[in-house]
Design a protein around this ligand. Structure first.
Ligand code: HEM
Length: 211
C-alpha cells in the first residue's frame, strides 16, 4: 500500500500543478496547452495505464487490509481508547477511501471519459486543435451540487493523506527518529495544500473567480 500510495501521491502533484494553470486567467489557454502536452506524450500515455493499475492495486490492498483488521480481533476491546489511542481518520481510512472511489468514478465520467472516448469541444491553440477541457470544467462546475461533491471529496482526500502520507513513509522505514519531524511536517503540509488547491478549483469556477 505504501508504494502504490506514494505513486498516487506523485500523480496528485502533477495533476494539481497542471490544473493550477486555470488561475492564469487567460481564458484557459495555459491549462489547455499543458493538458494537451501531457495527453500527447506517449510516455505519459504509458504512465496513465500504470496509474489505473496503481489505483486498482491500492484499492484491492485497502479492502484486504480492512477485512484482515476486522477479522483479527474476534472480541471487542473491553475499554475503547477512542481518539487517545489513534486518530479518527486513521481508523476511517476504509471509509475515506470508499468516498474517494465514488468520487473518482464520478470524476472520470466528468472529464476522463469525454476526453478519451465520447469527445470534448475543441479550441485552437498555436494553430492546432486541442480539447477545450477548460470549458468542460466551467460547464461541469456551473452546478452547485457538483461543486459540493468535489469539496467533500477534497476534505476526504485531506484526511486520507494526513494518515496515508506518514504511514507510507513509516512502512518504508523512512520516518525513523532522524527524519520523523521532517516527514510529519511534509505530510501535514502536503495533505492541507494539495486538497485545498483542488477544492478551490470548482469553487473558483462556480464563483466566477477565473475567466
Ligand atoms: C477537484 C479538482 C479537480 C479537477 C478540476 C480535475 C480535473 C481533471 C481533468 C480536466 C481531467 C482530464 C485530463 C485529461 O483527460 O487530459 C482529470 C483526470 C483525472 N483526475 Fe482529476 N481533477 C480534480 C481532482 C482530482 C483528484 C482529487 C483526483 C484523485 C484523488 C483526481 C484524479 C484524476 C484521475 C485519476 C484522472 C484520469 C487520469 C488521466 O487523465 O491521466 N482528480 N481530472
Amino acid at each position: 500500500m505504501a508504494l502504490t500510495g506514494i505513486f498516487l501521491i506523485s500523480f496528485l502533484v502533477v495533476h494539481v500543478g497542471i490544473n493550477a494553470c486555470i488561475w492564469a486567467n487567460d481564458g484557459g489557454e495555459m491549462f489547455n496547452k499543458a493538458a494537451h502536452f501531457m495527453g500527447s506524450m506517449i510516455v505519459i500515455r504509458i504512465i496513465e495505464v500504470g496509474l489505473f493499475v496503481g489505483f486498482f492495486i491500492h484499492i484491492i490492498q485497502g479492502l484486504v487490509l480492512e477485512v484482515q483488521n476486522r477479522g483479527k480481533r474476534g472480541i471487542a476491546y473491553a475499554v475503547s481508547y477512542g481518539n487517545r489511542g489513534s486518530t479518527w481518520y486513521s481508523r476511517s481510512m476504509g471509509l475515506l477511501g470508499t468516498i474517494l472511489l465514488i468520487f473518482l468514478i464520478i470524476h472520470w465520467k466528468h472529464f476522463w471519459i469525454p476526453s478519451r472516448f465520447t469527445g470534448v469541444e475543441e479550441t485552437v491553440i498555436d494553430g492546432k486543435p486541442v480539447h477545450d477541457l477548460y470549458v468542460l470544467m466551467k460547464d461541469t462546475f456551473a452546478n452547485l451540487w457538483v461543486v459540493v461533491l468535489y469539496v467533500v471529496a477534497c476534505i476526504s482526500l485531506a484526511y486520507h493523506l494526513l494518515h496515508g502520507f506518514l504511514s507510507a513513509f513509516r512502512t518504508l522505514g523512512l520516518s525513523n527518529h532522524r527524519y520523523i519531524h521532517l516527514v510529519r511536517g511534509l505530510g501535514v503540509g502536503f495533505s492541507i495544500i494539495v486538497p485545498l488547491a483542488f477544492a478551490m478549483m470548482p469553487v473558483s469556477m462556480y464563483l466566477g473567480w477565473v475567466s
